[in-house]
Ligand binder design. Sequence first.
Ligand code: PLP
Length: 382
Amino acid sequence: MRIYFAPAVADALDRTTRDLFGNASSVHAFGQQAKAALDDARSAVAALIGGEPSEVVFTSGGTEADNLAIRGAAEALEPMGRRHLVASAIEHEAVLNTLKALARRGWRTTLLPVDASGIVSPDALRDALADDTAIVSVMHANNEIGTVQPIAELAALAHARGALFHTDAVQSIGKIPVDAGALGVDLLALSAHKFYGPKGTGALWIRRGVRLVPQLTGGKHERNRRAGTENVPGLAALGVAADAAHRTLDESAARIGPLRDRLEEGILARVPGTAVNGARSPRVANTTNVSFDRVEAESLLIALDLEGVAVSTGSACSSGTLEPSHVLRAMGLPSHRTQNSIRFSLGSGNTEAEVDRVLDLLPRLVEKLRGLTQGTRAGARA
Ligand code: PLP
């Protein structure tokens, strides 16, 4: 419910900002110190996801990694006549809007449906694949409901038709084991701020032998795959965060899972008219998404925020109207539930006492908001 910046990460950021002023591409000693820091970070990321350091390309975060994967693959495979792109309907905007942008430039796109528990069925992918499919992109864990997709099975289907497979693992890294080899993917995106690293840093893992067209052109940085002087302090800190995520994965999942379950069971028991979205699927341990009947999610978010509890909604407010969550809509939830759902994400700093405080607050806040809605409706009728 609250995310902390790990002290070791902050120290690395601070230390490298002060001490590592060299450019990692320079041959002088200062440059080589910066390069060594990048090498360490690259090895830490590779160890975290079971890849080789040379397969890791640093980016400015998950959005850029997703863009490089999809645009890079689409452009690399276009000369082979592969002009079809596939993604799940519940991807993050970094993927969905990239597909939309490529569709405007002539690529054919297919969005895969999900079932009521938020899972992509292998049959749906089998039906969508065509001889000219260039790339399939399905996220490992969803950012709104936490559901984990059957990536290995989906990747094998894509490969059988000669397509590449990308997974956005931004939400699964640090929460469940992520092994690029075992998942059988070609491309895997990650973002440091989801595992207590600095915002604005991330990486794309590119399986050796996979060719992408670089999306940032310029110098020969990142083995010609992403031009631009690297953000050495940010990436050194990403490396420290990756190392910590790797070492503490089991421990943090074992601690956070029961807290999430306590929160979820407590809400269902104490607040009438609630339901957990995606509950029957395999999920990452830190996320729960709950619908509150007759409550506008945004109002509950604000009421909780005033009490110092940070939650989020999948709905986005655009031009004054509340857009329902595309994820919950794809799961086939009725429209009122796509607009009255709240996501609680637990972090390593959260405690049982904090969960209990939320459980004490919620019945009162929800009752108050329902009373207000009823009052408004009665007023409107009068
Ligand atoms: N993909 C997923 C699933 C995400 O949850 C996010 C961010 O929340 C992103 C991509 C984008 O990552 P970034 O914020 O590092 O650009």
